[in-house]
Ligand binder design. Structure first.
Ligand SMILES: Cc1cc2nc3c(=O)[nH]c(=O)nc-3n(C[C@H](O)[C@H](O)[C@H](O)COP(=O)(O)O)c2cc1C
Length: 167
């Protein structure tokens, strides 16, 4: 798929067939994620691939999370910041770039994915589920699977948000 088309046709996918994605597809997702830019090229990311059904169900059912689609997705990828590697305060930005690359790779491979937020309160839940050491900070959890149908992207282009030279 052409890059501009991949970007403009991506949408968050929350409905999945339940079919599991392959290890090759997962490797492609992670190769795309790790191709992201990072401050001082620190590449301060780490990923946990979650496929255990019990864990995915616990994540899906947890009332503090908005990740009910995780169980049916079959795979969830926890994007984490390795705080021992990140430069100044840029680690979360680097991980956000990696996350977007991962979402685009999913769409490019005709998979579905959705970014689910992990804030400070939710981080401890993932810390326990995934046995994260102290220097690994969860940033985003991405359920990925085979989409159960096509989804139209939202139209977001807004010329009013563009300023030239000064605001
Ligand atoms: C930081 C962040 C946190 C998000 N958290 C959730 C979430 O917890 N659950 C969810 O279903 N979607 C979540 N989303 C997805 C947004 O709802 C979605 O990207 C937005 O509605 C735009 O739709 P689109 O991705 O289809 O363009 C999150 C997105 C971002 C960037």
């Amino acid at each position: 798929m052409e890059t501009q088309k991949t970007i403009s046709t991506r949408a968050s996918i929350r409905d999945f067939t339940g079919e599991k994605i392959s290890d090759e597809e997962i490797e492609k997702l992670l190769r795309a994620a790790m191709a992201a830019p990072s401050a001082m090229n620190t590449q301060p990311w780490a990923f946990v691939v979650v496929q255990d059904k019990k864990t995915l169900k616990e994540i899906a059912d947890h009332p503090q999370l908005h990740a009910s689609m995780a169980a049916n997705a079959g795979t969830g990828i926890l994007v984490c910041e390795d705080t021992d590697r990140s430069y100044k305060i840029y680690g979360p930005q680097d991980c956000a770039a990696a996350t977007e690359n991962l979402l685009l790779s999913a769409h490019d491979q005709s998979l579905g994915a959705v970014w689910t937020g992990v804030d400070a309160d939710k981080a401890n839940l993932f810390r326990q589920w995934c046995a994260l050491p102290d220097h690994i900070q969860p940033i985003a959890f991405i359920p990925v699977g085979v989409p159960s149908g096509a989804k139209e992207p939202k139209e977001k282009f807004d010329p009013q948000k563009i300023h030239r030279e000064t605001f």
